[in-house]
Design a protein around this ligand. Structure first.
Ligand code: FES
Ligand SMILES: [Fe+2]
Length: 380
């Protein structure tokens, strides 16, 4: 029997072209919801400035706990209001009630209202009509998203449509988890290469020798265990963490909200377009992709554990975090090799095999999101 014709990967241009990246900014990153962080990364009374594919966005949380998103530009003469936040800072300083422009000191509340225009007559400016330019911000189960588009569906509705696997984790109490560490890495690779690498495990026995030791199913090259209905894969010895499986380290407390079916396994999903959601019963890792250029992606890791882990020196998640960072560094190294390879004039498209079926799923979702018919109000 002859082999069925292989499915092609995305094209060379999809991975390297500035024109494609510009369309992605409009149709995907600025056209839908974009994950920005766990709620604890922006505590009440603070703000964080993020780069959403070239657009600087101030995300605030008011003292009353309401999240907002604004353009990082002053309504007076357009000065950048706030310097970008260091991505490795776990949570910015709390307590700032306002944002003051460094140019002429116009001052805005964390809800975007213009509060003060020093040395300018009050009648000169209609303060009520001159709040910060607002984008949308919303929270699902402790995860903060922003949208630069105003015609996008409400967040939960959009998640059900675009990322039903994430909604399957609704039983977790993610907002109650403790954000212990944020890490940042820069990958010289297109964001889609990073996602496609996440979607398959054919590379695991080659690239991740430590990982296949603790999750033996990954030796098969399959990213999920077809024998399980939930998409999870079992840890060696039914462990609840990488360290427990690899060194027999003491068990960390279980995360708030985990179900018995979450124990002894790793489960995860990529959330289109820019989040990897990786769950063990004792730790949740949120990996956010911030596309910078066609060949550059900032990767931010957020490490969440049970509140007891943050509150007591009895627990030390350092090795658990280091294990995840090791796997992440191994992934970045191969993604950078792919970026260099697909830039070759010889590369037109690659080949996706049966065990790459989750890559095929991502590519299909990507092509559909890039379809101009899905964006009837955009000119191109
Ligand atoms: S530009 Fe911001 S106060 Fe003038
Ligand atoms: Fe990997």
């Amino acid at each position: 029997m002859s082999a069925s014709s292989p499915t092609p990967t995305l094209t060379r241009a999809d991975y390297i072209s500035a024109d494609v990246f510009e369309l992605e900014r409009r149709r995907i990153f600025h056209g839908g919801w974009f994950f920005v962080g766990h709620v604890a990364s922006i505590p009440a009374g603070s703000s964080r400035v993020l780069d959403v594919a070239g657009e600087q966005v101030i995300v605030t949380c008011t003292r009353a706990g309401q999240f907002h998103a604004f353009a990082n530009a002053c309504r007076h003469r357009g000065a950048m209001l706030v310097d970008p936040t260091d991505p490795t800072v776990v949570a910015p300083e709390c307590g700032a009630a306002s944002i003051q422009c460094p140019y002429h000191a116009w001052t805005y509340g964390l809800d975007g209202r213009l509060l003060a225009t020093p040395r300018v007559d009050r009648d000169d400016v209609d303060r009520d009509a001159t709040g910060l330019w607002a984008y949308r911000a919303d929270v699902w189960n402790g995860l903060v998203f922003v949208s630069l588009a105003h015609d996008v569906a409400p967040l939960r509705e959009w998640l059900v449509e675009s990322n039903p696997a994430l909604v399957g984790f609704e039983h977790l109490a993610i907002a109650d988890m403790a954000l212990v560490q944020r890490t940042a890495s820069s990958a010289a690779a297109n964001w889609k290469i990073v996602v496609e690498n996440y979607q398959e495990c054919l590379h695991c026995p080659v690239v991740h020798p430590e990982l296949v030791e603790v999750i033996p199913h990954y030796r098969t090259g399959e990213v999920v265990d077809a024998a399980r209905p939930d998409g999870a894969v079992e840890f060696l010895n039914g462990a609840n963490s990488y360290m427990q499986a690899s060194t027999g380290a003491a068990e960390l407390p279980l995360l708030p909200g985990v179900a018995p079916s979450d124990e002894g396994v790793y489960n995860g999903t990529s959330v289109f377009p820019n989040l990897f959601f990786d769950l063990t019963a004792s730790g949740l890792v949120l990996t956010t992709l911030f596309p910078v250029d066609p060949d550059r992606t900032l990767i931010v890791g957020e490490y969440l554990f049970a509140p007891e882990v943050a509150a007591s020196s009895e627990y030390d998640p350092t090795d658990e975090i280091a294990f995840n960072e090791l796997i992440g560094a191994q992934d970045i190294a191969v993604c950078e090799r792919v970026q260099r390879g697909v830039a070759s004039r010889a590369f037109t498209t690659g080949i996706l095999t049966t065990k790459d079926d989750a890559v095929v799923d991502f590519d299909r979702q990507y092509r559909s999101a890039m379809d101009p018919l899905a964006h009837p109000f955009q000119i191109t």
